[in-house]
Design a protein around this ligand. Structure first.
Ligand code: SF4
Length: 328
């Protein structure tokens, strides 16, 4: 039986952290069991915002793939590739740009939001406006059935479906309308309680060895109401408890952590020890695998070479069908 196809990508913007692990990689690892998955490094997408300084993109490409492998993504089951090495994406993007109304792009919510939020870069560019259309090309060129996304990315999948419909209507039905595979992301705060982000310097990376993880968790921000050991706390407002939710079994949280916190039966350091007891057996092996893989960068390059060839075979077939339909 032919498996349904899934496509997802990541921008190479640096080492991956727990936000990526629980927000994407855990899900991708499950998807690779059921679907034919294509996972790509979206280096052209990185250029839409980082065009002025592309110096790290190649290095980060390798870092991200090391993190994927360490987190359990399997290049035997899924196809890993680099977007810019499959130029068919760019050609399809160009062809789509001929019939995509400008208003479709201008109304994508993330376009306006990011233009307003990112003030240190000039995003009044053609590439930035067009990136959801490039994303549509990324998806449609593989005739993907599903795209795993968070709720904020649903409008991008909707745009992709509209592009496919318009193409199929104008020329002939070649493209597959993908569906959003809505993914719920757990809240992963950084060590200072804000969203975990490289730019805040509050991240726990997949590359962090156990000593580093311990050193980051111990001083982590907790419920500010627990000033003294005897003050009761509220796990619902504590970033440490958000991490418990992803690492500590529910039964132990309810039996030990919640009552211990709310009655001041345990201190925050005890609580962090419980978290570490569950987090380190997950994170330690990931960091270890990653360190071993990092010794052998040729393996990463070979995986990407092989995956890129497989991806390109599919992409060039679709592009051939598209061009035939458009009579060029
Ligand atoms: S005991 Fe745990 S959940 Fe409660 S405030 Fe301290 S770290 Fe947070």
């Amino acid at each position: 039986m032919t498996r349904k196809r899934v496509l997802s990508g990541m921008r190479p913007t640096g080492r991956l952290h727990l936000g990526h692990l629980f927000g994407a990689l855990d899900n991708w690892r499950k998807l690779q069991e059921t679907y034919e998955c294509f996972f790509f490094i979206a280096d052209w997408h990185a250029l839409t915002t980082d065009y002025a300084d592309p110096s790290k993109i190649k290095e980060y490409t390798v870092e991200v793939v090391l993190d994927w492998l360490a987190a359990g993504l399997d290049p035997e089951r899924a196809t890993f590739f680099v977007q810019s090495r499959v130029p068919e994406h760019a050609e399809l993007h160009l062809l789509f740009s001929m019939f995509t109304p400008l208003a479709w792009l201008e109304r994508v919510p993330t376009y306006k939001e990011q233009r307003d939020q990112i003030t240190d870069k000039d995003l009044g560019t053609y590439g930035f406006l067009g990136y959801p259309l490039l994303q549509a090309a990324d998806i449609l060129i593989y005739k993907a059935h599903f795209v795993p996304v968070g709720v904020d990315q649903v409008p991008h999948v909707e745009l992709t479906r509209e592009v496919a419909r318009r193409f199929n209507f104008l020329y002939r039905p070649v493209l597959v309308e993908p569906e959003a595979l809505l993914t719920e992301f757990p809240k992963i705060p950084g060590t200072d309680g804000r969203k975990m982000s490289k730019s805040y310097g509050n991240s726990i990376y997949l590359a962090d060895d156990p000593e580093t993880v311990i050193a980051k968790i111990k001083p982590m921000t907790t419920d500010p109401a627990r000033v003294r050991r005897k003050d009761p706390g509220n796990p619902e407002v504590c970033p440490v408890y958000d991490l418990h939710r992803v690492f500590t079994p529910e039964a132990e949280r309810q039996a030990v952590v919640v009552p211990g916190c709310t009655t001041a039966g345990i201190g925050c350091l005890d609580c962090k020890q419980i978290l570490l007891k569950h987090a380190l057996p997950v994170l330690g092996p990931i960091a270890e695998r990653r360190a071993a893989l990092a010794q052998d960068p040729d393996t990463v390059h070979a995986i990407l070479d092989d995956g890129t060839k497989r991806a390109q075979a599919v992409a060039s077939t679709t592009l051939g069908d598209v061009k035939a339909a458009m009579q060029i």
